[in-house]
Design a protein around this ligand. Sequence first.
Ligand code: WTA
Length: 675
Amino acid sequence: MFLDVSGLTIVYVLIEIQSMKRPTIESILKEKRLFQPPAGFSENAHIKSLEQYKQLYEQAKADPQGFWADLAAQELHWFEKWTQVLDWQPPFVKWFVGGKMNISYNCLDRHLTTWRRNKAALIWEGEPGDSRTLTYAQLHREVCQMANVFKQLGVQKGDRVGIYMPMIPEAAIAMLACARIGAPHTVVFGGFSAEALKDRLVDAEAKLVVTADGGWRKDAIVPLKVQVDKALANDGAPSVENVLVVKRTAQEIKMEPGRDHWWHDLQATASPDCPAEPMDSEDMLFILYTSGTTGKPKGVVHTTGGYNLYTHMTLKWAFDIQDTDVYWCTADVGWITGHSYIVYGPLSNGATSLMYEGAPRPSNPGCLWDVVEKYGVNIFYTAPTAIRAFIKMGEHHLLSRNLSSLRLLGTVGEPINPEAWIWYHRIIGGERCPIVDTWWQTETGGFMLTPLPAATPTKPGSATLPFPGIIADVVDLEGNPVADNQGGYLVIRHPWPSMMRTVYGDPDRFRRTYWEHIAPKDGQYLYFAGDGARRDEDGYFWVMGRVDDVINVAGHRLGTMEIESALVSHPAVAEAAVVSKPDPVKGEDVVAFVTLEGSQNASDQLKDELKQHVVQEIGAIARPGEIRFTDALPKTRSGKIMRRLLRSLAGGQEIAGDTSTLEDRSVLDKLRGGA
Ligand code: WTA
């Protein structure tokens, strides 16, 4: 079984350590501690008690349509009400059919007629000490201007826009401007290579690319515009007509006349008047590419109404967001966590969302805590890999910082080992902050399993219970629920509002990937998450990690096939098999077993070259930690690579289990001998 994840900015810090223990299934199985919601927390909480949670859960289970429809009417603005709450033609779903709304209206305009007009919507802390705060009124103005700029550049409702940006407010402005005019965005993480960017722009047929001259990362400039130029060179992405460039780092860059435009130039003359386009509830809001089990990343499609409702409700109830809170999610906007919980969820709630461009680095390992102190952050959301890195950095960074503003801590991305959970609770949370461990995915749009902080007693390492309206289960391959504490596949039984709608341009892949692994049971289709899990005697879920060929390196989700394809595209490589090995900070690290073309000689130099090649093809997040050359890969008689064996070898474990299907046993002996 593999462990997988999401993607959080700060995880770049990470180097190997021996002292921290990785979660083992045994340690998680033995975990029995229970932490009650802190006294006094429930007084002002949106959901005040376990009884209230149970009642909401039962209500939603008995009448999901009524439950979501009531919330949609209470919590969101609609230009026109829907005519049908749910249209479920498995596996294709529609929510709030016929309803008209605009998520940028819900995130901005509706707050302008309230006292929130002059409240901070975004607080931005930039890497070399820059900072900026945008109130709701200011953010609205800039979004409207950009929406007009996009229109001026020929973007129409339905056209796709690529966003390849550093963590600056303009990234959120561009997303909201797209939403405002009904142009689906596809945000590509700024750490992806030109090649990966090109693939995504081509698949989405983006008409416009929004980027910056560069971004700051750990005291250096990431040359984003150079990557865009590479991606578009030789008509690489022919659909792209214009490139809009934010001046961030101000180094010399090439601007191609007719194609490239400066953001600030066009903004200067753009009208701040741009009414939000009434969108159909089911109009596409964005495509976000994520790794799967085949080579090509898939474009996960999310639509408007259900996504808005679900991200709004989950943030409100699970993070108990209040008007007085400064809320900080450390993810990058290039990942789903950034979409749902830096931009749309917080702004829809009228909250103050903090965006940070920086990352802990040797010259300033305690920089995150400075940000907490500077802005009095109340809610802090990060990933286990980051927490393990903080532990490694030592507690002395914390002693001089005042973290007393914190009242709630969140985690996402991979199973959190109980040791890291306890450290987070004790050292960062001062034993007073509930820890909200949220299990979810790019595909689910929002939190699926999560404690509600004033209601749910927590157990370190468990994402606890399903959010109201989510019917989760652990089943075998036939779809039969397994007994308590037995491992199985994590599935969801009923569609929820922010469920992905399809794989962009490939509905068959959507069906195959998520709906056919587990047989439909009694006419009921089960959403297969790709994770293994167990449920304990209290109904708590313990997610164990991926059961497919997806691995999770420092909070980034990567497909092993993607990395293999990158390796074999190098002329020296004949064959490659990629597996993961446990890593104490990153969770997992990439190990590549490589066979070379006949004339090639194995050398350390070639290893470095291959690592660099993967960086070029995908991005630094996919750089193999280790490359092992071998004469042959262990295969079954039918030619399938036996990854299980490679995984054991990579992790330095004994080969256990059946090896009788191995075609050539000497391959194994050679590999063991340390190829
Ligand atoms: C893993 C990130 C255990 C899981 C939001 C899932 C988790 C994948 C948790 C999705 C958690 C995420 N506990 N595992 N709290 N959160 N995962 O699409 O394997 O980048 O399938 O979305 O991360 O990663 P993705």
